[in-house]
Each structure stands twice: as C-alpha cells, then as structure tokens.
Design a protein around this ligand. Structure first.
Ligand code: TRP
Length: 332
C-alpha cells in the first residue's frame, strides 16, 4: 500500500516489437488500473542486457517503449512511468536479495533454462539472477499486485518466496506480491500455427501482428491467417484458427462469441478475416499515430523519464533504507 492505495507494478522489456497479444493482454487494459491502484510501469533496460544488445538499438528502444506506454493511453500524471537504470535502488536491492535467494531456486526457473539453451554461448550470471532483479523491482515499491503474462508467473512466485524469507528473518519489510495473470493475453495465438502462442520473436513474419504494423500489413497478415477446411464461423474445439480470430475480434470489439457467430452467419472465412483485419488495423491506428508523434518529441519523453525516475526513487529509497538498516549496513 502507498497512500492508502494498493500498488500495481509492471515491467516491460525495451523492445519496439510488441504484438497484439501484448496489447490485448496487457497494454490496452493498463489505463484502467490507475483508478484502483498506485501504478508503476518500468522500462527494464537492466534486464535487457542479460542478452547481448546493440547499444544504440537499446537506447532507441527505451524511448520507443516509453512512447508506446504513453500512446496506449497511460497518463504520466496518473501513472509512474520510468526507466529502471535511472533508479539505482533496483541494482542495489538486487545485490542484497541475491544473498537471500538460493542457487537451486534460480536453477529451476524455466525462463533461465530456455534462455540459456537459446544463448548457449552467453550464459552469463545476469541471465541466472535475472529473477532476483525482477524481485527487487517488485519489492522496492511494496507492490500488492503484478500484472504479467503466464510466462512470468514463476518469477513473481519467486519474488513472493524471497519476500517471505526476508520478512521471516528480519520482521515485516516487504509486502508479499500477488501475480495477476491476464485472461486474454495468454490466448492470442500465432496466425500461422494457431496452437502456438503469438510470439514477438517468431521467425514467420505472417504469424505475428505487431502493434505498430501499418493498416495494409495488418490486413494482409489476417488474410493469410491459417484456418480449417470447415466453412462455419463458430467457436468450437479443433477450430484453433477461427477460435483465435474470434478471440482477437472479441477483444477489440467487446462482442461475445455468440454475437460474432450471428454477425457472420452464412458468411465465408475470407469476409471474416477481412473484418478482423480491418477492426484490428482501425483500433491500432491511433496508437501508431500517437507513437510516431511522441517519438519526434524526445524532450517530452525525457521529461516524463525524469519525473518518473524522481517519483520512483522516492518510494524505492524508503524501502531500500529500511532494508539497509535491517541487514546491518552502517548509515552515515
Ligand atoms: N521479466 C519481465 C518480462 O520479461 C519483465 C519484468 C522485469 C517485470 N521486471 C518486472 C514484469 C517486474 C513485472 C514486474 O516480461
């Protein structure tokens, strides 16, 4: 809790290539959170360097990610938006928490296993302790809830375990956070292989719709979406492609499945795919326009970063000084 409001904390990797899965499952709904919660959204540039980055690209993507948050409707007056490396308390607390996290626990993290297989020539210590830095992000702000995709649930559970352990040794210090797993975010599937989750790193460009794709690209990708040999637009087992398109259409329009079935009764797959593509493109257009406008205004983005970092540091330093005292560091 901060100022009588529960705290929601979320981090996002600096990547310009977010998909409509990220949009529908997370970004689109974020602006509603600020009514109920004190919200923090962090661009996690320190997490990004656990795999090799081109420095100029990382810098550019950091601006882009912030611009995307703003373009998706997050008002910087209502939400604390900032960049992780601007608040040194993250790295400091991460070191301390490293000493309260077990080798065995980190070895069990499935993302570590996946990433170390994928980047076999660079299995660095940061990749291994990545979840500890994430725990530091979360615990610095006395976070109650962490909205994440299902793939991050294990990391949030580790943050809980670390918090409980630390509190047990030193008395209550950290709020124990809960993950909030978005219902739709995990359901947006690849357009090419609709049994697989839509992933920003898919090699097949037609499988993924990016938030920043232009109208023609969006429509072309939906036109090529894999469906089945049936003809009916109906949500049913075995119709993974159509189910996925119906989910996407439903998320963008708010229409229920039975409504969509009635709307497209007697119509063909081609017509349906076009409708989904057009709806998606129309919903994304204002986001893309605002993103492009913001990117041209670096001074504004930097003002948001500065204000966000100052606010974040204020709360983070409160927790950090408590932690320093409890573990026995000398305060000057
Ligand atoms: N690890 C998260 C991801 O890859 C990003 C992240 C970093 C995060 N710190 C966080 C998410 C804190 C939620 C809370 O998606």
């Amino acid at each position: 809790m901060l100022n009588d409001k529960k705290v929601s904390y979320s981090g996002i990797q600096p990547s310009g290539n977010l998909t409509i899965g990220n949009y529908l499952g997370a970004l689109k709904n974020f602006s509603e959170y600020s009514e109920k919660y004190k919200t923090f959204y962090c661009v996690v540039d320190e997490h990004a360097i656990t795999v090799r980055q081109v420095p100029a690209e990382l810098r550019k993507r950091t601006y882009e990610t912030l611009a995307l948050y703003l373009a998706c409707g997050l008002d910087p007056e209502q939400n604390c938006l900032y960049v992780q490396s601007h608040v040194p308390a993250h790295a400091e607390l991460a070191w301390i928490l490293n000493c309260y996290t077990m080798f065995g626990e980190l070895s069990r993290m499935t993302q570590f296993k996946d990433k170390s297989a994928k980047h076999a020539n660079n299995v660095n210590a940061g990749l291994f302790t990545y979840p500890v830095l994430m725990a530091a992000d979360i615990l610095l702000y006395q976070t109650d809830v962490v909205p994440v995709g299902i793939d991050q649930k294990q990391h949030v559970e580790l943050a809980r375990d670390i918090a409980v352990r630390f509190n047990g040794v030193y008395s209550d210090t950290f709020t124990v956070p809960e993950p909030i797993i978005s219902k739709t975010g995990k359901k947006i599937m690849s357009l090419a292989e609709p049994t697989k989750k839509m992933s920003k790193s898919d090699e097949n460009a037609n499988a993924v719709v990016y938030i920043l794709d232009d109208k023609d690209t969006v429509i072309r990708k939906f036109k090529r979406a894999v469906t089945d040999s049936d003809t009916e637009i109906k949500y049913a087992e075995g119709k993974d492609g159509i189910n996925n398109l119906m989910t996407i259409y439903s998320c963008f329009t708010g229409k229920e499945f039975d409504e969509i079935e009635r709307e497209f009764a007697g119509k063909g797959y081609g017509e349906f795919k076009l409708a989904v593509g057009e709806t998606c493109a129309d919903c994304l257009a204002p986001v893309r326009e605002e993103f492009n406008r913001l990117l041209k205004d670096k001074a504004y983005l930097e003002t948001v970063m500065k204000n966000g970092a100052a606010e974040a540091a204020y709360y983070a330093n409160k927790t950090l000084s408590k932690v320093r005292r409890k573990v026995g560091f000398v305060n000057l």
